[in-house]
Design a protein around this ligand. Structure first.
Ligand SMILES: [Zn+2]
Ligand SMILES: [Zn+2]
Ligand SMILES: [Zn+2]
Ligand SMILES: [Zn+2]
Length: 274
């Protein structure tokens, strides 16, 4: 959705590569937060040899599709606590355990942490939006915090909904949230399935420069952009990185340059790729 401010669809921004744009404008706050979380998850998986992923396990699997999100220290569980708050013995043969250390949660159950993960890119651009209080919702209208994490059917505590039914679509595979599972695999188990392990599991492994720039703190109007975007001077600009690029390692994607006027939630514009 475009606001009136972007009626000028194509201001004087020359075509540029993603690396160049990131170096000039820096990542958007959402892209930076998601890339940092994905990178931390990958580093922990490599360190421990246990790879946690949120994966589509529904009736229409896409050949070779690995996962839709990495599960890492910052990943949020249905109970509201992070993966680092849970017992981390998911691949223990005798006594697997992913229960929460702080509540009666029956086991780690992945829920999205940011609206971008379920394709709701416009939400963080609203001035009143607060990502710290945002929670994914059930079809009953209440968020996961209103549901009971101590029962496997996860019923709602605020209405008659008797089973959590995630009311969102995954932005990576376009399938419903309920058709996904939290899965943990050892290095050997992933290798046997032909899935990436080690350094190849790091987001944007094939484009390390872009990966590094995506988590750097650099942001704002910089360099050549100042001269080529005169009408936009004074606006904070940044680059959105599609979630699919972080997960599927595809970097030849359209990128979006967004800016944040002080008085409103921000806006976006497409940059032509060179
Ligand atoms: Zn939990
Ligand atoms: Zn908990
Ligand atoms: Zn519900
Ligand atoms: Zn998915």
């Amino acid at each position: 959705m475009r606001h009136a401010l972007t009626n000028v669809r194509n201001p004087a921004i020359p075509p540029m590569g993603m690396e160049e744009a990131l170096a000039q404008f820096g990542p958007s706050p959402g892209a930076q937060a998601m890339m940092t979380a994905e990178r931390e998850a990958a580093e922990e998986a490599i360190r421990t040899g246990i790879y946690g992923v949120w994966r589509y396990t529904g009736p229409q699997p896409e050949k070779g599709h690995d996962f839709c999100s990495r599960i890492g220290p910052q990943s949020r569980c249905f109970c509201g606590h992070t993966w680092s708050d849970h017992h981390q013995r998911p691949t223990d043969r005798m006594r697997p355990d992913t229960t929460c250390q702080h509540c009666s949660c029956v086991g780690f159950y992945f829920v999205p942490t940011r609206p971008e993960e379920i394709g709701e890119y416009w939400l963080p651009r609203r001035p009143e939006f607060n990502v710290a209080t945002w929670r994914a919702k059930c079809r009953c209208g209440h968020d996961h915090m209103a549901h009971d994490p101590s029962r496997h059917d996860r019923p709602c505590r605020q209405c008659r909904c008797c089973q959590w039914d995630p009311h969102y679509c995954c932005v990576v595979c376009n399938q419903m949230g309920k058709d996904h599972e939290s899965v943990w695999e050892t290095t050997a188990e992933r290798q046997a399935q032909g899935y990436p392990v080690g350094p190849e599991f790091i987001p944007l492994a094939e484009a390390p420069q872009i990966g590094a720039l995506s988590t750097s703190r650099l942001s704002g109007t910089r360099g050549a952009a100042r001269t080529t975007t005169a009408p936009l001077l004074g606006l904070k600009m940044s680059v959105d990185i599609p979630r699919t690029a972080m997960i599927r390692n595809v970097v030849t994607v359209d990128m979006t340059l967004r800016w944040d006027p002080p008085s409103r939630g921000g806006d976006e514009i497409d940059i032509p790729l060179r």
